[in-house]
Design a protein around this ligand. Structure first.
Ligand SMILES: [Zn+2]
Length: 245
């Protein structure tokens, strides 16, 4: 167990991890990582419009459908473990209890890297509040004085995945990940999100465009590495290296 590499994705709503880092999840599962996804809510109020347009819809039914979709998407990506914290959405209720729950998960998983939303999202404060929450929980998990006796967290990188309407979010990628080899898994996961069919092709286009940026940045005019699909991420913390590349 000590040799297992792990990663933790903290997603505000049930579908966010699918569009924004489904490729990273599927790829790292194939690389032998155990990826845990923590969905803080189902996106039941704010990201389920198609369901709410049906007659007689109830909150419990929306939550149930969204959980089933997210679970199916997680299965398509090979996610090791998905946790639904059911904290409510629009707005998310990120209180002290939620914080304690998340710190426990972080310490249990001991991730090599973590992932969450952009720092700024004026369209959807649940997203940016989740990032702030994730950073706070990471900090608490590192504190020797928090629940003494538990294994404290090291210093996992925090990657911020690509938001919607990228240019409005003060988000600037400094890592491109080639997800071509797992693209079929990501597209299959995307198609599990039946309530948001209007986004399927949009996020296929995003992956193709980021594939272009991968090629440009991996070799430019000299001939970059062929990548058809990629995902972009912004790193929060500096990398520590032995050799510059
Ligand atoms: Zn969301």
């Amino acid at each position: 167990m000590a040799d297992k590499k792990t990663a933790l994705v903290i997603s505000a709503h049930a579908a966010d991890f699918v569009w924004r880092c489904g490729g990273a999840i599927a790829l790292h599962q194939e690389l032998g990582y155990e990826v845990t996804v923590a969905c803080l809510s189902f996106g039941e109020r704010g990201e389920s419009a198609k369901l709410w347009k049906q007659d007689g819809m109830t909150l419990d039914t929306v939550k149930k459908v969204r959980q089933e979709e997210a679970q199916a998407a997680a299965d398509a990506l090979g996610v090791n473990d998905i946790r639904f914290l059911d904290l409510g959405d629009y707005p998310l209720r990120l209180d002290r209890d939620a914080q304690d729950q998340m710190v426990d998960i972080i310490r249990e998983v001991q991730p090599e890297w973590m992932m969450s939303h952009s720092k700024w999202d004026p369209y959807n404060t649940d997203h940016m509040n989740t990032t702030q929450f994730a950073l706070e929980c990471r900090m608490i998990a590192q504190a020797w004085g928090h629940n003494p006796g538990q294994k404290v967290l090291g210093a996992p990188q925090m990657y911020l995945f690509e938001p919607h309407q990228t240019e409005q979010m003060a988000w600037k990628p400094n890592v491109f990940l080639d997800i071509t080899s797992v693209w079929e898994k990501k597209r299959a996961a995307i198609e599990c999100m039946q309530g948001q069919e209007h986004l399927w092709d949009f996020y296929t286009n995003v992956a193709e465009n980021r594939g272009n940026h991968f090629r440009r940045n991996s070799g430019g005019m000299a001939g970059g590495r062929k990548a058809e699909y990629a995902e972009g991420f912004e790193m929060i913390f500096p990398q520590t290296v032995d050799e510059l590349a």
